[in-house]
Design a protein around this ligand. Structure first.
Ligand SMILES: NC(=O)c1ccc[n+]([C@@H]2O[C@H](COP(=O)([O-])OP(=O)(O)OC[C@H]3O[C@@H](n4cnc5c(N)ncnc54)[C@H](O)[C@@H]3O)[C@@H](O)[C@H]2O)c1
Length: 379
């Protein structure tokens, strides 16, 4: 099997998730290319070496430019903070490398458009790590919708709730808290959490025409890790919006980091003419399903445990009854990316799909500022 040499940038949470996925994918899926952990790049040389030793990377680079310059690297994987995505991904594409990039694609649509142009000009395979599409229950939701089992879709409802920034002493900037610094993150929960919900929604239910959003920053000033001084907080702490999909359905989306008790409550519910379905990341191996066509006496919500060979991806793992989890969504993404190499239709979400999500988040932020319904730009 031909090697697919990976060069990873970023040794944090997602660096670990991706490394694990590259290692797992060829062990559980029949792949035509075998990912090889060739080199990792981290800003702290000692940490990067420890990361390489733990995950089995063959070598370490101290800057991403040197990593991209290496002729033995086929694919650059961008798992760095949001402010670094565009520069690295564009340089990688220019060097003819395949690019996988974490979400959100860019800091804003202007950056993302340049990233799309770069991969398209270079003709290199590309993907954004919106991993939740590949939770088996979410993939099954897509299959059920596409098969027409729900009929006409009326409602789409999504939430992503956390509670880790309620304390006003949580600083902004620096490792672990860069998400609170708009100059590194681009936006707050809109680009960080709602972007996941939006990618899934666009995939399941098609394009969004217009949105009406509101955002709030509950803690206005936080200590800047770099200077130790209080600085204005420029991210949105909470964000909610109404949306009209092109298929005529109505939607509500909500994300916050101020919902005490919720750690990553990423949920969706879709109500169609014949059936409804619901999914919840905290219980990610289950799909809730209600079908109005069932016998009236037996009609009710079914909680389907996705652990059978008939369920998407699941047959490649263990035995019926033994479920899989969060890490597997990334492994599925690697498997699908490799399976689509050389094919006419690439595995999504591509950079273009990532830009489509950015257009929605941008419209939400604009609408929140103006207080008006805002049209969503289409790719
Ligand atoms: N798909 C998901 O479910 C998911 C989950 C969490 C984070 N993310 C995304 O993944 C990315 C990374 O998030 P994280 O949680 O892993 O953050 P993290 O803080 O754990 O890690 C970020 C890493 O990027 C490195 N980095 C930043 N700039 C760099 C540069 N110029 N050169 C080399 N390394 C650089 C840091 O040193 C660090 O190792 C973000 O874009 C985030 O939005 C996605």
């Amino acid at each position: 099997m031909k090697a697919l040499n990976i060069g990873l940038v970023g040794t944090g949470l997602m660096g670990r998730a991706h490394s694990n996925a590259f290692r797992q994918a060829p062990k559980f899926f029949d792949l035509k290319r075998r990912p090889v952990l060739k080199a990792v790049c981290g800003r702290d040389a000692k940490k990067a070496q420890a990361f390489a030793d733990n995950w089995g990377y063959e070598s370490v680079e101290s800057d991403w430019q040197s990593l991209i310059a290496r002729p033995d690297i086929d694919l650059i994987d961008v798992a760095a903070t949001n402010d670094a995505h565009a520069e690295i991904a564009i340089a990688a594409a220019k060097a003819g490398k395949m690019v996988m990039c974490e979400k959100p694609l860019g800091m804003n649509p202007a950056e993302s458009r340049k990233m799309v142009a770069a991969v398209e000009k270079a003709g290199v395979p590309n993907m954004v790590w919106y991993n939740y599409r590949r939770a088996p229950a979410v993939t099954m939701a897509k299959q059920l919708i596409d098969s027409g089992k729900l009929g006409k879709i009326f409602h789409y409802r999504a939430k992503f709730l956390q509670d880790w920034t309620i304390n006003a002493d949580v600083p902004q900037g620096g490792p672990g808290t860069w998400r609170l610094d708009a100059s590194v993150s681009g936006s707050g929960v809109t680009g960080d959490l709602l972007a996941h919900c939006i990618d899934t929604a666009l995939w399941l239910n098609g394009t969004i025409d217009s949105v009406s959003g509101m955002t709030e920053t509950f803690v206005k000033q936080r200590k800047d890790v770099a200077t130790g001084k209080k600085k204005e907080v420029k991210i949105d702490d909470a964000s909610a919006f109404l949306a009209r999909f092109s298929n005529g359905s109505l939607a509500t989306f909500e994300a916050t980091r101020y919902a005490r008790g919720h750690k990553a409550l990423n949920t969706l519910e879709i109500n169609g003419e014949h059936a409804s379905l619901a999914w919840d990341l905290h219980d990610l191996h289950r799909l809730q399903w209600f079908d109005h066509r069932d016998d009236a006496a037996l009609r009710g919500w079914r909680s389907i445990h996705l652990s059978e060979g008939e369920h998407p991806y699941v047959g490649n793992w263990w035995i019926p009854g033994c479920q899989i989890g969060f890490e597997h969504t990334f492994t599925h993404q690697v498997a699908d990316f490799i399976a689509a190499l050389g094919k006419k239709t690439p595995a999504g979400p591509t950079f273009k799909d990532g830009l489509a999500t950015d257009y929605v988040t941008d419209a939400v932020l604009k609408s929140a500022k103006t207080g008006r319904w805002t049209k969503v730009k289409q790719v």
